[in-house]
Design a protein around this ligand. Structure first.
Ligand code: GAP
Length: 458
């Protein structure tokens, strides 16, 4: 991580926004919280679902060479012997002899405790997998592990997928799910936690074509973040040095994001070679090779793995979208979230709580909710309500005023420009649809007009 920090945002502001507006709460907060475990609140769960939905859409729905899977978190314990996690998934742990805090020795700068300056113990290897027991008896034979990555569920199902889908190489399996790591050092909010979600693709290719596919996926995955609004200058690619490579990887590049605490890994793209299928074939005694009908060759495929963190993507999208603008004597906080990610796509705001207005606004609310997650707010001044929606990234507000009762029109206000148009209520839903897809606000539907053009930034 470096000292560079993206303008306008620091982690305190992001944490405060998340807690204030219900994106993220500490886990079991009424008991004082549980270290590095987090609960996604009403807005957070929507943003998180949208991140996963956007990923699934890009890597499964819009492609014909990747299919989905949802494997169980608990797997046969031999899986972890084969994968190398039992032996190799360790961090070097040291403990301070004075204050007893524990540290990863590979992350320490000196040889004293960073907290109290005390003497440290010799490093010992600490396995990061969470252990538990299957069934009622707590004995060695019933030990199982919470998976530390979703990947293994896809490797062990390789033959099932080939047999049931008749997919030919190159093809991929995609999965989203929880992973657990008993990290020694956590922190930076949801950046490093002990329970998190991954979005992983295992892309099976013919050996010899792996370099080409590695470069393809690196580019593809980098572009996904940019398409969803992350500024290109806040992303970089970083190749792992030899000593840093995971035990399974031939090559690995990180896609780093410039988080408030500096550059850090958002996603890893690895060339895993044939390591995983060879290991599982050997440990299970089942053949995991592939027969190529065209060339009549039999071989073990190589695997290219783009592995992203849901929570880290969430944090990066939030940090990148965060903005503050002068607003008379105050500050307008807004999230420039891509419409596909915004928790609410639209907010419906009646100008006042007068019965007739509320009825008209609630009818619109009920109609729009059939299509999207929509918010309804009638508390306080319209200006305050706009600000509340800006702060959570709602792309459009629909305002119903007294004139609406006469001309059957409502205004649409755009979050980023604050410009407004007025459109017939019968055109609202379709107009919002095209605006959410990126059409300029001032392209008007039949009967529409420009209502207010903010001079700011013009
Ligand atoms: N299957 C390969 C694999 O798991 P990884 O680099 O260890 O590779 C992939 O993890 C991604 O999972 C990371 O880029 C990161 O986004 C996310 N991740 C890993 N450990 C995490 C943690 N403790 N908390 C939050 N996200 C984590």
């Amino acid at each position: 991580m470096t000292e560079e920090t993206p303008a306008k945002v620091n982690m305190e502001k992001i944490v405060s926004l998340c807690q204030r507006r219900g994106f993220i709460f500490p886990s079991s907060e009424i008991y004082g919280g549980l270290s590095s475990c987090w609960d996604y609140g009403p807005l957070g769960v929507e943003l998180k679902r949208n991140v996963k939905e956007a990923w699934w859409r890009a890597v499964v729905q819009e492609r014909d060479d990747v299919i989905g899977l949802d494997a169980s978190i608990l797997m046969h314990p031999r899986t972890w012997a084969a994968s190398g996690h039992l032996e190799g998934f360790t961090d070097p742990l040291v403990e301070c002899k004075g204050c007893h805090l524990r540290w990863r020795s590979d992350e320490l700068e000196g040889d004293r405790c960073p907290s109290c300056g005390g003497e440290l113990t010799e490093p010992r290897l600490f396995n990061l997998m969470f252990k538990t027991f299957m069934g009622p008896v707590e004995e060695d034979a019933s030990v199982v592990y919470l998976r530390p990555e979703t990947a293994q569920g896809m490797f062990v199902n390789f033959q099932n997928v080939v047999n049931t889908t008749r997919k030919r190489l190159p093809f991929g399996i995609a999965q989203i799910g929880k992973a657990f790591r008993n990290e020694i050092t956590t922190g930076n909010f949801i950046f490093r936690s002990r329970e998190f979600e991954q979005m992983e693709i295992e892309f099976f290719v013919k050996p010899g074509t792996d370099e080409e596919w590695f470069n393809y996926w690196l580019e593809e995955r980098l572009n996904w973040y940019v398409k969803l609004g992350i500024k290109r200058e806040n992303l970089r690619l970083r190749e792992h040095a030899e000593g840093e490579l995971a035990h399974y990887a031939k090559v690995c590049h990180d896609i780093d994001y410039l988080f408030p605490m500096g550059w850090a890994e958002l996603e890893g793209v690895a060339n895993r070679g044939d390591f995983d299928l060879v290991q599982h074939a050997s440990f299970s005694g089942k053949s995991l090779d592939y027969f190529d009908d065209d060339t009549k060759e039999r071989f073990i495929p190589y695997i290219i793995e783009p592995s992203a963190g849901v929570d880290r993507s969430f944090l990066a999208f939030l940090c990148d979208a965060y903005d503050e603008e002068p607003d008379k004597d105050e500050i307008r906080v807004l999230l420039h979230l891509h419409p596909a990610l915004a928790p609410f796509k639209v907010a419906v705001l009646p100008l006042s709580r007068r019965e007739q207005l509320v009825k008209a606004a609630k009818d619109i609310y009920a109609d729009l909710r059939q299509r999207w997650m929509v918010s309804y707010d009638d508390a306080q001044s319209i200006g305050r309500r706009y600000r509340r929606q800006d702060e959570i990234g709602t792309p459009f507000c629909v305002t119903v005023d007294f004139q609406s009762l006469e001309d059957n029109q409502a205004t649409i206000r755009e979050r980023d420009t604050m410009n407004q148009i007025r459109v017939p209520i019968s055109e609202l839903s379709n107009t919002l649809q095209v605006k959410l897809e990126g059409e300029d606000l001032f392209v008007l539907p039949p009967g529409g007009m420009i209502w207010k053009e903010e001079k700011k930034g013009v």
